[in-house]
Design a protein around this ligand. Structure first.
Ligand SMILES: *Cc1c(COP(=O)(O)O)cnc(C)c1O
Length: 384
């Protein structure tokens, strides 16, 4: 049982829907991460998974850096006290303003995704008489075997620089006065549970790293991205991922020069399990073959099921000890058929007013919420 009786009593007094964050679990997750990471490995937290300031402060205090994919993420990380030398900025479409602001802050590096972007960063840095630190985001053409919308490391994806462009890119960097090459960056996708994908990535990284060193550009750091998946089906028994097993893949397989550092950009596996979307049943609707629980939360609060058929465990927390002998499609109030959190979900017989928890919603939940149908934002609530 995820929530104690006192917690559920407290939930009863709050306006639904809301996000409930278990900060104790986040602390434990960060402690497990620190314990498992070898001292020469640097972990940046990917803000796009959840940029909630309460969570970010704990993550900052645990010593992680920040991986940002927009100017506002860079700004938030900077304002919340992540050191500039621990902030990286990735993304295929950085605007001039975003680049200029990041140059002013003096971030650790830009993960550049195209030759055109390199030209623009060089020009903007030149106008400020600054040297922009550059890591190249490489498209390693490694299949992450995850949902196609969260696969990013294949040639057909929009992300990164492809192998046939390497020589051009090297020439461009070497002839650009305001660029300083500092590393290589890879990110192949998200919610990757089969570590084979990371093993394949390591082999590709070794090849590409060698190529750049031979070519006369020495990557001081190798950033292997994020993407480590979590167990959405068993949030209770598997609340913290096996970080040691993950880092071991890289320890065993990466062939690096002693001076090279390894960077990671983990998002989901740090924050997913500490977040829950708490919602109340508004109506029970009986159909011919299907019965529905209609919640007061919908795809506006948590879009993952609608966007990429993502699974989230759903629990009726008002009836914790009752048998799961009914089946319902659990849906939201939004005027879209895709506004469905789960089909044929096994639940106790449920009634109007029951509280539901949609589990493992700490990553890509609150941060992706929107105001479609003029809905207002669900407020975050924190465990003590
Ligand atoms: C999204 C993203 C991450 C984090 O991915 P997770 O699956 O949440 O770990 C890391 N790096 C980049 C470049 C990303 O776009």
């Amino acid at each position: 049982m995820a929530f104690g009786t006192d917690t559920i009593k407290k939930f009863e007094t709050l306006e639904t829907p809301f996000y409930y964050y278990d900060l104790g679990l986040l602390r434990k997750t960060l402690a497990a991460l620190q314990l498992a990471a070898p001292p020469e490995y640097h972990v940046h937290y990917a803000l796009k998974a959840n940029a909630n300031p309460e969570l970010l402060q704990l993550i900052r205090d645990a010593g992680l850096g920040a991986d940002c994919v927009s100017g506002n993420e860079v700004k938030r990380a900077n304002e919340l006290g992540f050191k500039a030398e621990k902030i990286v900025f990735a993304g295929v479409g950085k605007s001039d303003k975003e680049i200029n602001d990041a140059l002013d802050i003096g971030i650790f590096c830009f993960n550049a995704e195209s030759t055109h972007e390199l030209e623009v960063i060089n020009e903007l840095a030149g106008k400020k008489s600054k040297i922009a630190p550059i890591a190249l985001r490489i498209n390693p053409n490694v299949d992450a075997h995850t949902h196609k919308y969260i696969t990013t490391g294949l040639e057909e994806n929009k992300f990164g620089i492809n192998q046939h462009e390497f020589e051009t890119v090297c020439q461009l960097i070497q002839s650009s006065e305001n660029l300083n090459f500092c590393g290589l960056h890879f990110h192949i996708g998200s919610q990757i549970q089969d570590l084979t994908a990371f093993k394949n990535l390591c082999l590709k990284v070794n090849e590409i790293n060698q190529w750049f060193i031979k070519r006369g550009l020495f990557p001081e750091h190798i950033n292997v991205g994020g993407g480590l998946g979590i167990d959405y089906r068993n949030p209770e028994t598997n609340s913290i991922v096996d970080f040691a097993q993950y880092f071991n893949v890289f320890k065993d397989l990466l062939e690096l020069h002693p001076q090279q550092k390894v960077h990671f950009e983990l998002g989901r596996c740090i924050v997913a399990q500490c977040g829950n979307l708490i919602s109340r049943a508004l109506y029970i609707k009986k159909g011919i073959n299907t019965n529905f629980v209609i919640l007061d939360a919908g795809m506006t609060e948590l879009i993952r099921p609608a966007l990429y058929q993502a699974y989230h465990k759903i629990e009726n927390i008002s009836r914790p000890n009752q048998p799961l002998d009914s089946k319902y499609d659990v849906v939201g109030p939004i005027c879209e058929s895709s506004d469905c959190f789960g089909k044929s979900v096994e639940l106790p017989e449920s009634q109007r007013g029951d509280l539901f928890a949609i589990r493992s919603a700490g990553a890509y939940g609150e941060v992706m919420s929107n105001h479609y149908n003029l809905r207002v934002s669900a407020k975050p609530v924190y465990s003590v």
